[in-house]
Design a protein around this ligand. Structure first.
Ligand code: SER
Length: 351
């Protein structure tokens, strides 16, 4: 980090902070913010970002969001106005190191919420804190209940079975607490420090990146393997159904939520979705576009149980009503207009 962003008079530069900047969503979010005119992005990730993304940022920082010294140094340099907190260990990876996942997913979020509150107190304007939660926050008790409740509201069946899901649910509550009740008994309490905004993503699918460590990954993995001409053994059964959204739709929805008038937002948490194919339907559309695709089904019962605990579909009507969520892609257009043309170009260029 350098000090070039501090003016001689000592005023710190305004910044939009993005954590997990090198991840799947981070890439899309940085590009989306940059295309909308943001020139003050400060991006944090554990690894060096690629050159294309670095060029869109005012500053990039290689570091750990759990490092309090690092956050302190950022506070010394910037007036943080908005935070997009994307860093997390996903659901499959988190099951191998649950306590570490908790430290990163909840501890990291708590540190950033505190930073947001301190920043708001110091510059006198609420800090917007945009947080993607996940379908993993849900927990359906069994397949029969899942079948009987095909479209689940944001506040129903929130009994997650994974550490990642428990972490996301905890962070949803922490965000709500910081927004509405933070230090509620303190005599010198300042209200409205953190403007917390939260969406629950379903499985995401991108033409540009393959996720790592998630449990909805079978969809993207199936597609990217077919595009690369590699065989794929799907780790869930054919009949498995969960909702999905394309990455461009996820980024647009998140930015629409971030820029909506606060008064319009009546829900603390917003479900998002676009289409809910079974794994067999997913394989079928992949085969339509890649006739040589070699897809088989070889369920892993433990990962299957995680996906079975997620709803088949979610009720996203509050997002549609409150901030105009309207995904561009359904299953057919996602493949025909976004995924397949971009993936073919991408792997052709890599040859
Ligand atoms: N894609 C995530 C996962 O599978 C769910 O939000 O962990």
């Amino acid at each position: 980090m350098d000090q070039s962003t501090v003016s001689p008079g000592g005023r710190r530069a305004d910044a939009i902070l993005i954590t997990g900047a090198g991840g799947e969503v981070g890439h899309g979010m940085i590009r989306g913010l940059y295309e909308r005119g943001a020139r003050n992005i400060v991006a944090i990730d554990l690894r060096e970002l690629d050159a294309e993304i670095r060029a869109m940022c005012m500053q990039t920082v290689v570091g750990d969001i759990c490092d309090a010294m690092l956050l302190g140094r950022l506070l010394a340099m910037y007036e943080v106005r908005e935070i997009y907190h994307l860093a997390a260990l996903l659901s499959t990876r988190a099951e191998f190191t649950p306590e570490t996942a908790h430290d990163v997913n909840v501890g990291g979020t708590l540190g950033l919420l505190r930073l947001a509150a301190e920043q708001a107190r110091s510059h006198g304007v609420p800090v917007k804190f945009v947080f993607p939660s996940s379908i993993a926050a849900f927990g359906m008790p069994d397949l029969e209940t899942k079948a009987r409740h095909p479209k689940v509201r944001w506040d129903h069946f929130v009994m997650p079975t994974t550490m990642y899901g428990c972490n996301k649910l905890a962070c949803e509550h922490l965000g709500r607490y910081y927004m509405q009740h933070y230090r509620q008994l303190a005599k010198d309490r300042v209200p409205d420090l953190v403007d917390f905004r939260c969406v629950r993503y379903p499985g995401l699918i991108s033409a540009d990146t393959v996720p790592s460590g998630g449990t909805s990954d079978y969809g993207p993995e199936m597609l990217h393997s077919a595009a690369k001409g590699e065989p794929y053994a799907c780790f869930v059964r054919e009949a498995t159904r969960i909702p999905f959204l394309t990455m461009p739709d996820a980024v647009s929805a998140t930015l629409a939520l971030a820029t909506a008038d606060r008064d319009q937002l009546r829900c603390p948490i917003y479900n998002l979705t676009a289409f809910s194919p079974t794994a067999a339907e997913f394989a079928e559309i992949v085969r339509q576009h890649f006739p040589n695709a070699d897809i088989t089904f070889d369920p892993d019962e433990q990962r299957q149980a995680i996906v079975d605990s997620w709803p088949a579909d979610v009720d996203d009507s509050p997002a549609r009503e409150d901030f105009g969520f309207a995904p561009k892609h359904d299953l057919e257009t996602a493949f025909a207009e976004y995924l397949v043309p971009r993936i073919k170009a991408r792997y052709a260029a890599a040859e």
